[in-house]
Structure formats: structure tokens, C-alpha cells
Write a protein that binds this ligand. Structure first.
Ligand SMILES: [Zn+2]
Length: 342
């Protein structure tokens, strides 16, 4: 098969289109022909190299995949079945997996990260329980744009923050994959959503997705704007993933009893915390990583019924993966960048 691989860490130029052996499904796995694969920041960090993580080389990235079942050696799936893939791969047998918290499995892996080759390829092998059948009217590009970010945002809002109707939510960087998903999920569940972005065009799009008010995080002070918009109260929930650049203002935006959930630190991992504010305002700082298969299926129901719609920024052919990653690195996108595999 053809695949995009990198043999050394570095810039986008290390990505190479190559002829590589087809993946061989092991017991309980299914071979899927990739039709579309969405990008995530994780792809860029893998390519650049991470300080404490060993990435086996050469490596095939890609966590968000949609395609067709080629051959099924497990389960009741049929060849030709259109699917999207749950991006979290786990053992399926341990206490955490059986309790529905597969993201806490000791063998948890994200598809395309570390030891499980991903979807920048014509074929991918995954456990049968990772298949999510998609209806005929959902195209592969939109299906690939859905799983990782909607799963992440759903877990952050519904499970970690325990969002309730009528609450105020601040979504930082609404143009990102997680951001556009969080705005939609929070609005769908009856929250008043405030969203930030770095350009007027992106702010307009955030509004169209359901944000009640928007803040330009380059030209406005997020915490001051939130105070003004909430009559000095602050928000109940902050959805964070930007890190150092916005952390202090995100914490300051919280109301008494507020919960901040973070799933990333794109601009750096250091964030100070005023402990006086933490206890006096009874704040909760919550970490979040991926989510459970059951949560993805709940979110997918809303996708298939038209209540949630992944935003596709732009598509590229698989061979142009380097250009696609450059666009993501420059934060030019609104929504998901997707590779199409012929
Ligand atoms: Zn497990």
C-alpha cells in the first residue's frame, strides 16, 4: 500500500509518500481501506519528536479515520461496510475497559500515535470494537473529521465538567478541532457559550456554530470580556487546550464553583495558579484525555441526526500531507483539515 511515513523527526519535509507492506490484522482486528483521515496536533508533535515519548520509526500518523471494511476476521462486520474509527485502542478485557473507562486502560493507545500505525495510508488494521458504522448520507471526509475532537470535547463537557443546562461556558480557540466541537456540544446541551478566536472571520464562524458572544483573544483581554459579558460573575465552565498563552486568563474567567477542563497545552505546559482564588472561589481544575467508546457513540448519534456537524476546513490529497500539516501549524484553519485517500 501507499502511506505517508517519516523516518526521522523534523519539519513537514520529513513526511514521505512511500510504498510499504500492507498491515496484517491480528486476532480480533479488521482491515479498513482508508478514504479520509483528519489531522490533529498530535500528528505534528509525533513528527517533531516528544521529549519523553519514544515514537517507533518509521512511523505512520493519523488518528481520525473513515473508510470501508476490506476483510473481516472478527465480529459480524461485512466487507464494504462504511465506518469511522474510534481513535482509542484498548485491551477490552481489563477492569477499566469493562467499566466503560477504556481511556484508563493500561494498554490504551491512540491510533497513529506510538505503537499503532495510523490512517495516513491506504489501509489500517484496528480492533473490531473500534468500528463505528456510518449512515450512507455521511460522507467519508465529514466522518473522518468527527471522532477524536468530538470525543474529546464530549468527555470534557459532559463527563469531566458535568455541564448543566443554562450554564455559561467559555471555549478558548473555537477555530480548533476541539474548539468547534465544544461550542456545538455545549450549545446543544443548553449552555450559553462564549468563544474566543484570533481573527474576525473565525469569530463570525464561531457565532454561526452557536456561540452567544465572541472574544478576539489577540486584541481583547479574555477575562475582562468575560466579566463584562457575565455581569462580573464569570463562567461555570472553561474549555482549555491552548495552555500557557491563555491559562491565567482562563482561570480568571471562572465564576465561584467554576470548573476548568484542559485537554492540551499547545503553547506550552506551564500554568500558574493563585491558590487563594482556588480555595476561596472553590474552583475545580480538571484534566481530560480522550474519552470512552460509549461517549463517542452518544456523540455520533447527534452527528448522524444532524445536531452536531464537524466543520471541515479544507481537504488535501494524501500525497500533500506535508502542506496540510503546514496549514495546521500556522493555525490558519477553522475546523478540521482532512486528507483524502483515492
Ligand atoms: Zn483495558
Amino acid at each position: 500500500m501507499k502511506a505517508i511515513r517519516f523516518h526521522t523527526h523534523g519539519g513537514p519535509e520529513v513526511l514521505r509518500l512511500e510504498e510499504v507492506p500492507d498491515p496484517v490484522p491480528s486476532a480480533g482486528e479488521v482491515l479498513v481501506r482508508v478514504r479520509a483521515c483528519a489531522l490533529n496536533h498530535l500528528d505534528i508533535w509525533e513528527r517533531q519528536g516528544l521529549p519523553r515519548v519514544q515514537i517507533p520509526l518509521p512511523h505512520i500518523s493519523g488518528s481520525d479515520v473513515a473508510g470501508e471494511v476490506v476483510a473481516a476476521s472478527a465480529g459480524d462486520v461485512r466487507p464494504g461496510q462504511r465506518v469511522m474509527l474510534q481513535p482509542g485502542v484498548s485491551c477490552g478485557r481489563c477492569a477499566a475497559c469493562l467499566a466503560g473507562r477504556d481511556f484508563e486502560c493500561a494498554r490504551y493507545e491512540v491510533l497513529g500515535y506510538r505503537n499503532h500505525p495510523g490512517g495516513y495510508a491506504e489501509l489500517v488494521a484496528v480492533p473490531v470494537q473500534n468500528l463505528v458504522p456510518i449512515p450512507d448520507e455521511i460522507d467519508f471526509v465529514r466522518a473522518a473529521a468527527f471522532p477524536l475532537t468530538f470525543l474529546t470535547a464530549w468527555h470534557m463537557l459532559m463527563t469531566r465538567a458535568r455541564l448543566e443546562r443554562g450554564e455559561d461556558v467559555l471555549v478558548v480557540a473555537a477555530g480548533s478541532g476541539v474548539g468547534q466541537a465544544a461550542v456545538q456540544i455545549a450549545a446543544l446541551h443548553g449552555a450559553r457559550v462564549f468563544a474566543t478566536a484570533g481573527s474576525d472571520a473565525k469569530l463570525e464562524r464561531a457565532r454561526a456554530l452557536g456561540a452567544a458572544d465572541v472574544i478576539n483573544h489577540h486584541t481583547q483581554d479574555i477575562a475582562e470580556e468575560i466579566k463584562r459579558l457575565t455581569n462580573r460573575r464569570g463562567v461555570d465552565v472553561v474549555i482549555e487546550h491552548v495552555g500557557e498563552a491563555t491559562w491565567a486568563k482562563s482561570v480568571r474567567s471562572l465564576a465561584r464553583g467554576g470548573r476548568l477542563v484542559t485537554c492540551g497545552a499547545t503553547t506550552g505546559g506551564r500554568g500558574a495558579l493563585d491558590l487563594h482564588a482556588l480555595f476561596a472561589k472553590q474552583l475545580s481544575i480538571l484534566g481530560s484525555y480522550m474519552g470512552a467508546k460509549g461517549e463517542l457513540l452518544q456523540a455520533a448519534r447527534c452527528f448522524f441526526s444532524g445536531q452536531l456537524t464537524p466543520v471541515v476546513d479544507r481537504t488535501y490529497p494524501l500525497a500533500a500531507a506535508a502542506d496540510a500539516q503546514r496549514r495546521l501549524e500556522r493555525s490558519e484553519q477553522f475546523g478540521k483539515i482532512v486528507l483524502e485517500v483515492p
